[in-house]
Design a protein around this ligand. Structure first.
Ligand SMILES: Cc1ncc(COP(=O)(O)O)c(C=O)c1O
Length: 428
C-alpha cells in the first residue's frame, strides 16, 4: 500500500465490484456527488427499490386484499424471497430465520423465549455501553419480571484508559458467573468502536456454564462474516436499514437455532402470523406455532417493507457476499493505513484510532478520536461533502462500504482531515 491518490485510483480501477455503485442513489449537492460513509447508520437507497415497492403498490391497486394470494408475487409467500439471500449473509439455515418487526421489539421477544431466570441462574452478561436501546430493553425486561437490573445485569467494560473490551475479560466474566448465569446478550460489532467480537467463543463459553448466548447484530449483518448456525448461537436479531440498505424503519429479522423450533417448553408471545402456515386462515382457537423461526412472528407484515428489503438482498446475492466482505476489509485496512501514516507524520496533532487493526476484529467501520478541536475537523469534513458521524465529545465514525464507496473517497477523506488538522489553532 502507499498513500498516493494514484494508488487509490488504481485500487478502484482494479475493483471487480466497482459497478455495483451504479445500483445506488448517491446523495448530491449542486449536482456534486457527496461521499457517503454512513452505511453503518442508514444504508443508501438502491435504484431498484422504487420498482420493487411499486410492484407491491400496483398489486394492491389491482387485487386489494386478494394480493396476498394473487398476482406475480403473492404477499403470502413474499417472505420466502428474503430468506435464502439472508441465510447466506448470516450463516443460518433458512428455517432459522424470520423477517419481522424491528430490532428492539425482536430483542424483547427473544428475551421472553430465552431469558428464563430460575433458582440461582438469573444473571445476564452484556457489554458496558451497549447501544442505549439494548440497555433500556434489558433494564425494562428484567424489571418486568419483577427482578432488579442492579442484581441481574453484569456489564463487562474496557480496562481503565482503554476503549476496546478484552476478549479474555468477557470469557472470564462468563466463567466466574458460572451457574448463576442465564444469558449472555452481546453485540456482534460494537456500534461506537467498531470492535468485532468473537461470537463463536462467547457462545462456547456461555454454553460451557449452562447459559444461552444471543447477539444484537445491528452492526454486523451485511458487514462481517457470520456463521450463526455453525457457532451454535441460540438467537440473534438485527435491523436491515444499516449495511443491508433496506430503508428507514426497514423490517428487522431474527435467527433462532433450529433446536428450539419445536420445543414446547420454550415460552413465546404469539400472534396469528406465527401460526402454522397451512392452517393459519382456519382461524381456530389455540395457538399452533409454525415449526420454524417463522413461529415467532406476531403480526401481518408489510409487503412494502419486504419489497425494499428484497431489492437490497438481491444486490448482495449478485455481488457475492464473500467478495463484499473481502472488499469491506480491504477498504477499512486501507483507511487505517492512511490514518496511521497521518498519525506518524511529524507535527500532526493527536488523533487516536479506536477500531482494532486486525481483520477478524474489525469490519467496515472505523472510529477515530480527535481530542482537541475534533468538532472543527468534523465540520470541515461536512463542508467538503463527507457524510460521517459525530459522537460527543470527540469521536468521528465512518464506514466505507464495499457496495458503493470508492478507495479514492477514503483517500480524500484522510487528506481533508490532514488539511483540517493543519489549519487548527495552536492550542493542543
Ligand atoms: C446496536 C443497536 N442495537 C439496537 C438498535 C435499535 O434498533 P431499532 O431502532 O431498529 O429497534 C440500534 C440502532 O441503531 C443499534 O445500533
Amino acid at each position: 500500500m502507499n498513500n498516493s491518490q494514484a494508488y487509490a485510483k488504481q485500487l478502484d480501477a482494479q475493483d471487480p465490484l466497482r459497478s455495483f455503485r451504479e445500483e445506488f442513489i448517491i446523495p448530491t449537492v449542486n449536482d456534486t456527488e457527496q461521499v457517503y460513509f454512513l452505511g453503518n447508520s442508514l444504508g443508501l437507497q438502491p435504484k431498484r427499490t422504487a420498482g420493487y415497492v411499486d410492484r407491491v403498490l400496483k398489486q394492491w391497486a389491482r387485487y386489494g386484499v386478494e394480493a396476498f394470494f394473487m398476482g406475480d408475487d403473492p404477499w403470502l409467500d413474499y417472505h420466502d424471497h428474503l430468506i435464502l439471500p439472508l441465510s447466506g449473509i448470516v450463516g443460518a439455515l433458512p428455517s432459522e430465520l424470520t423477517v419481522m418487526n424491528q430490532l428492539t421489539v425482536n430483542l424483547h421477544l427473544m428475551m421472553v423465549s430465552f431469558y428464563r431466570p430460575s433458582g440461582r441462574r438469573k444473571k445476564i452478561i452484556c457489554e458496558a455501553k451497549a447501544f442505549p436501546s439494548d440497555q433500556y430493553m434489558l433494564e425494562t425486561h428484567v424489571k418486568h419480571l419483577g427482578l432488579s437490573p442492579e442484581d441481574i445485569i453484569i456489564e463487562v467494560s474496557p480496562h481503565e484508559g482503554e476503549y476496546l473490551i478484552r476478549h479474555d475479560d468477557i470469557i472470564s466474566a462468563i466463567e466466574s458467573c458460572g451457574d448463576e448465569l442465564a444469558l449472555v446478550l452481546w453485540g456482534g460489532v460494537n456500534y461506537y468502536t467498531g470492535q468485532v467480537f468473537d461470537m463463536a467463543a462467547i457462545t462456547r463459553a456461555a454454553h460451557g456454564v449452562g447459559a444461552l448466548a444471543g447477539f444484537d447484530l445491528a452492526h454486523a449483518a451485511g458487514n462481517i462474516e457470520l456463521r450463526l448456525h455453525t457457532w451454535n448461537v441460540d438467537f440473534a436479531c438485527w435491523c436491515s436499514y444499516k449495511y443491508l440498505n433496506s430503508g428507514p424503519g426497514a423490517m428487522g429479522a431474527a435467527y433462532i437455532h433450529e433446536r428450539y423450533h419445536k420445543n414446547p417448553s420454550i415460552p413465546r408471545l404469539a400472534g396469528w402470523w406465527g401460526y402454522e402456515k397451512s392452517t393459519r386462515f382456519k382461524m381456530e382457537k389455540g395457538f399452533i406455532p409454525a415449526g420454524s423461526a417463522e413461529g415467532w412472528q406476531l403480526s401481518t407484515p408489510s409487503p412494502i417493507l419486504y419489497a425494499a428489503h428484497r431489492a437490497s438482498l438481491e444486490i448482495f446475492a449478485e455481488a457475492g457476499f464473500e467478495r463484499l466482505i473481502q472488499k469491506g476489509q480491504q477498504m477499512s485496512s486501507y483507511l487505517l493505513f492512511l490514518l496511521h501514516q497521518l498519525q506518524s507524520r511529524p507535527g500532526t496533532r493527536r488523533i487516536e484510532i479506536l477500531t482494532p487493526g486486525n481483520t477478524p476484529e474489525k469490519g467496515c467501520q472505523v472510529s477515530l478520536l480527535i481530542p482537541v478541536h475534533g468538532k472543527r475537523v468534523f465540520e470541515q469534513l461536512t463542508e467538503a461533502g463527507f457524510f460521517a458521524d459525530w459522537r460527543e465529545p470527540d469521536v468521528i465514525r465512518v464506514a466505507p462500504v464495499p457496495l458503493y464507496n470508492r478507495y479514492e473517497e477514503i483517500w480524500k477523506f484522510v487528506s481533508v482531515i490532514e488539511t483540517a488538522l493543519a489549519a487548527l489553532p495552536d492550542s493542543q
